[in-house]
Design a protein around this ligand. Structure first.
Ligand code: FES
Ligand SMILES: [Fe+2]
Length: 347
């Protein structure tokens, strides 16, 4: 994982008002809930008292109530009521406070801040998420590999004529020019398949190949956009479940007619195509080992794997950056603590 990032982790339609949803993310069991007023809470799922799962709890106003002994937590994970101690209790309940995760909701996607410090930025998203001229349909699937494998598969240009030989990879274009990779900003890279039928020619190198009109853009940490045409975009996000499991969420966006009901129908059909292609990928990618990728995992990469290599490099760089920031943050905290202690002891 890359710390201190906003990850797209859940589709809004899975968390209606008044609903509590248990979900494993980042190797941790979490509970998401949406109050009747629409606010979203996300906490570690195990109650601080005796570790029953809040997933089986109930919502009362803006609070979640544990199903076991009725302890109530607010949206920030603060324990606000311990029934066994009575409403009049003035006891300090801070030992019951739960780990909470910050959330944001944009374009029907719920983001969670994963990191060791408070959020210092907002999620970086593609414009299509908030562009109401598009209609979309959403599908998702569960894969038995780390989310990094799923991401890299979406950046892999040389698998197309093999894995998808009867769908999006038709035409036997096995020779890969480049591919070109450009960084649109610190967080966003773009590439495209520039493949040809092999007639004995030498593939162009990355500099001489081009970003096609149909191209792929990836935003760290876990969102991808396939720009097919201005009227058709396929968005994906890759949800980290744990080191060996991930969810791929795929959205087919279009504005072919501008008439919502028709575009929605097209999106539904588009999702069927998305699922067919996605299952072709899943069948192969789930056989890869190790299940999680990294800089040195014994693979021998090709020139065509440049987008994958760039992804790995940037991920390593961001991990390094966040580790340094985390250390700086931890030492600031410990300095503050020391300062407080000094004040307490009058130094
Ligand atoms: S385990 Fe949750 S209130 Fe006791
Ligand atoms: Fe694929």
């Amino acid at each position: 994982m890359i710390n201190n990032q906003w990850y797209a982790v859940l589709s809004s339609h899975q968390l209606r008002k008044g609903r509590i949803l248990g979900a494993r993310r980042f190797g941790e069991d979490m509970v998401f809930f949406r109050t009747e007023s629409g606010s979203i809470g996300c906490l570690n799922s195990l109650c601080a008292h005796r570790k029953a799962s809040l997933e089986k709890g109930r919502l009362t106003g803006d609070r979640i109530k544990c199903p076991f002994h009725g302890i109530e937590y607010d949206l920030t994970g603060k324990c606000v009521y311990v029934p066994a101690e009575g409403r009049a209790s003035i006891n300090d309940h801070s030992r019951f406070h739960m780990k909470r995760y910050h959330t944001r909701e944009i374009g029907g996607i719920i983001f969670v801040w994963y990191g060791d410090k408070e959020p210092d930025k907002e999620p970086d998203v593609f414009d299509v998420l908030t562009d109401s001229s598009y209609s979309y349909d959403h599908t998702e699937d569960f894969w038995s590999v780390d989310y990094s494998r799923v991401i890299e598969n979406q950046l892999d240009v040389s698998h197309l004529p093999f894995v998808h030989r009867d769908t999006i990879g038709r035409g036997n274009k096995t020779l890969c020019n480049g591919p070109k990779v450009v960084w649109l900003d610190k967080n966003t890279m773009q590439t495209s398949a520039d493949n040809e039928v092999d007639e004995g020619q030498t593939p162009k190198n990355s500099e001489d190949s081009e970003i096609k009109r149909t191209n792929l853009t990836f935003k760290f940490p876990n969102m991808w956009l396939n720009h097919v045409t201005d009227k058709l975009l396929i968005l994906a996000y890759f949800v980290p479940v744990d080191d060996e499991h991930a969810i791929i969420a795929l959205r087919f966006y279009n504005r072919f007619t501008g008439i919502k009901v028709i575009d929605s129908l097209i999106a539904t059909l588009g999702s069927i195509a998305n699922i067919i292609v996605e299952r072709q990928d899943k069948r192969i990618v789930e056989t890869e080992f190790p299940k999680k990728t990294g800089m040195s995992i014994g693979e021998s990469l090709l020139a065509a794997d440049l987008p994958i290599l760039e992804y790995r490099r940037k991920r390593a760089e961001l991990q390094q950056e966040s580790a340094e920031l985390g250390n700086a943050y931890a030492s600031t905290l410990s300095e503050k603590k020391t300062e407080c202690l000094c004040r307490t002891y009058g130094e």
